[in-house]
Design a protein around this ligand. Sequence first.
Ligand SMILES: C[S@@+](CC[C@H](N)C(=O)[O-])C[C@H]1O[C@@H](n2cnc3c(N)ncnc32)[C@H](O)[C@@H]1O
Length: 223
Amino acid sequence: MSSIEKKVEPTGGRPVNPALRRPFDGTETWYEQVYTHAGEDVNKVPWARRNNTPLLLPWLDGQSMRGRRTLVVGCGLGDDAEALAERDLAVTAFDIAPSAIDWCRRRFPASTVDYQVADLFHLPADFQRGFEFVFEALTIQSMPPRMHADAMEAIAACVAPGGTLLIICYGRQPGEPTDGPPWHLTRGELEQFRQLGLQEVRFEEHMEGGTPLFLAEYSRAAL
Ligand SMILES: C[S@@+](CC[C@H](N)C(=O)[O-])C[C@H]1O[C@@H](n2cnc3c(N)ncnc32)[C@H](O)[C@@H]1O
């Protein structure tokens, strides 16, 4: 049983999605299968909350982001992308799973969000340094640890000069085992964003359901 099921079944009482029981075989097929097998039932997508990622909106309230070119990484069912668009950010949101993007378009037919199917590791050239605000929640941790460094590099590359990167993810202590999906991040892993040329603006550790929840904000120096 995956840790997603372990987390969801006893606490959420949600219907089980059979795709969650499949061995992880790479983000492209595994996540697509989860969305496909959910059959339009949001309750069968364990990370879909039908509201926003904790900490995102309180963080946003302290910012002046109106009109900013914004990228939502691994947008899933689109709730965070929609919340940002409602606050007048100019949002592009992508996910590797075509079913997720189709579902976003059906859920929010009047949306101003530009939803795209894209793989973080093969992004369009104009994403490079293309966004004044990049937001990532729970996507790095949706990949095995051996992929985290490359995922962080691809995310950081999207941040424009003068731009902001916000990461919200579940955390674990150094050396604490992880048997994902998901594979929670250590604070040490997040240090890589600094090595990639970003400055850490803030790092906060909260708790959600007994699990550490990290909020990490970075900026890229203006030209
Ligand atoms: C745990 S879900 C989180 C979804 C959303 N960010 C949220 O918080 O509800 C991880 C998402 O990342 C997407 N994903 C995984 N690998 C990806 C990749 N290489 N490129 C783009 N999206 C990816 C999955 O399809 C999935 O929708």
